[in-house]
Ligand binder design. Structure first.
Ligand code: 5AD
Ligand code: SF4
Length: 465
């Protein structure tokens, strides 16, 4: 690798490598007649989705063109998740498919990144069994894609770089947003909560909050660039170190910002002040994702969630007292070690009391290295299956009833896309995060329009302008 004049400070260093890459891309383009292509596939949460926008930004800046995976891209990147075990199996399956694709196109490069790469046993498996992988990096050096890819192209591979942690968080790199009118902004990285089932603190590291000024500057620049809806992202936004409610109102006050969302809230840290700030600012979306995980105080204790059934229900009541129409959604784990039928009924009871607009239900997945993996009384699969089915029936019925509460009302909808089933229709979202399909002209995409919600369809609506 060329050793002269490589900047040591970031993000200059990465821009330097994007430059070098683009020279490389120029050569490839003149040789082949078309520019090299890439595809990034994302698994997992909103944080990963946002990381993928950064990866796409870097590649686009370097001159690569985005295509679908079926178009056999020159570079395929899988941004992985490891929150549940089946995500790992899915990845290995995907890598098998890519192997046969690569046999037909030997020039194809395969890259892996994201949470799963922070686990040493995964790296060992990839090194020994998946030798067709060319590039591997983790959650702490995602910003280095240009540099690592340049190394792969000039020195050959595989290039594998995994860091155990980092103090450097590099921002101010390009991003390629899926929708120009929506932008995600990281406000913090990592998690300090160590819920006993969860692998996130091990693969994403300790909490690091970004300075407020930096976040506000990024939001302003997104807004100038046409973003109307801003999503503030963090594993636990309520423990943002420099006053989350304050940040939220300052973000909402930025010119051009019309809607602000945030994800995810840990119930233990959601303050009354936050509820007041939401209530006082209409631009803040009427939606809180408030993972409960279990309704049993005994299980919550074993999960290290630091709240009880009663304190959670009390929080929900305080939210609803000030925001009667707000949507509340949740995550629930079924079959945590030691969960008895009585514990599970407490979970059903919380669902009936809170009446969630939507609940994401998960079967407990044992993650090696987390405390719960070695807890006694792991619940047998058939018991979990039975509870899971009952839970799903309960939450689906409640969600359908909740959705119906808006029938006949008119709401502001951010128009996102042409409907995938019917091109004469558009698809958008209300402030409550409810999906609405309605007839309309594609020129409305990216605008906030008033839509009458005519027909509830379970989890979504049909409507008219
Ligand atoms: N098993 C099942 N679900 C899990 N989640 C996190 N870890 C696990 C696990 N080991 C769920 C939690 C979290 C969501 C993102 O994933 O409900 O809120
Ligand atoms: Fe995992 Fe708990 Fe942190 Fe959420 S708060 S990322 S569930 S450890």
């Amino acid at each position: 690798m060329e050793q002269v004049n490589i900047p040591v400070t970031e993000p200059d260093r990465q821009y330097h490598f994007m430059n070098l890459l683009s020279e490389h891309v120029f050569d490839m383009t003149s040789k082949n007649g078309t520019s090299p292509t890439f595809n990034v596939t994302t698994f997992g949460c909103q944080m990963n989705a946002h990381d993928s926008e950064k990866l796409k930004g870097i590649l686009t800046t370097a001159g690569f063109t985005e295509v679908s995976e079926e178009e056999t891209p020159d570079l395929v990147i899988l941004n992985t998740c490891t929150v549940r075990e089946n995500a790992n199996q899915k990845l290995y399956g995907h890598l098998g498919l890519l192997k046969s694709l690569k046999q037909k196109n030997p020039g194809m490069m395969i890259g892996l990144c994201g949470c799963m790469m922070q686990e040493s046993h995964v790296i060992e498996t990839i090194k020994s069994k998946y030798r067709h992988v060319d590039l591997v990096f983790g959650t702490h050096n995602i910003y280095k894609l240009a540099e690592l890819l340049y190394r792969l192209l000039t020195e050959g591979g595989p290039v594998i770089e995994i860091l155990d942690g980092t103090d450097t968080v590099v921002e101010a790199l390009p991003q390629k947003r899926k929708y120009p009118f929506k932008g995600g902004v990281n406000i913090m990285y990592g998690c300090n909560n160590f819920c006993t089932y969860c692998i996130v603190p091990y693969v994403r590291g300790r909490e690091k909050s970004r300075p407020k000024e930096e976040i506000l500057a990024e939001v302003s620049s997104l807004a100038k660039d046409g973003a109307k809806e801003i999503m503030l992202l963090g594993q636990n936004v309520n423990s943002y170190a420099y006053d989350f409610p304050g940040l939220l109102s300052e973000v909402a006050a930025i010119e051009g910002v019309e809607r602000v969302r945030f994800m995810t809230s840990h119930p233990k840290d959601l303050s009354d002040r936050l509820i007041d700030v939401i209530a006082s600012e209409e631009k803040i979306a009427r939606h809180i994702h408030l993972p409960v995980q279990s309704g049993s105080s005994a299980i919550l204790k074993k999960m290290n969630r630091v709240y009880t059934k009663e304190s959670y229900l009390d929080l929900v009541n305080r939210i609803r007292a000030k925001l009667p129409d707000i949507s509340i959604t949740t995550d629930i784990i079924v079959g945590f070690p030691g969960e008895t039928e009585t514990d599970f009924e407490e979970t059903l009871d919380v669902c009936r009391k809170v009446r969630y607009d939507q609940a994401f239900t998960f079967i407990y997945s044992k993650r090696t290295g987390t405390p719960a993996a070695v807890f006694p009384d792991q619940v047998p699969p058939e018991v979990i299956k039975d509870r899971f089915d009952r839970l799903l029936a309960t939450v689906n019925q409640i969600a359908t009833e909740r959705t119906a509460r808006f029938a006949g009302s008119t709401r502001s909808v951010l128009v996102e896309d042409i409907n995938r089933q019917d091109a004469g229709y558009l698809t958008g979202r209300t402030s409550e995060n409810l999906t609405v399909h309605f007839p309309g002209d594609p020129s409305l995409i990216g605008q906030i329009v008033d839509v009458k919600l005519t027909e509830p369809k379970g989890f979504y609506y049909m409507g008219e302008l």
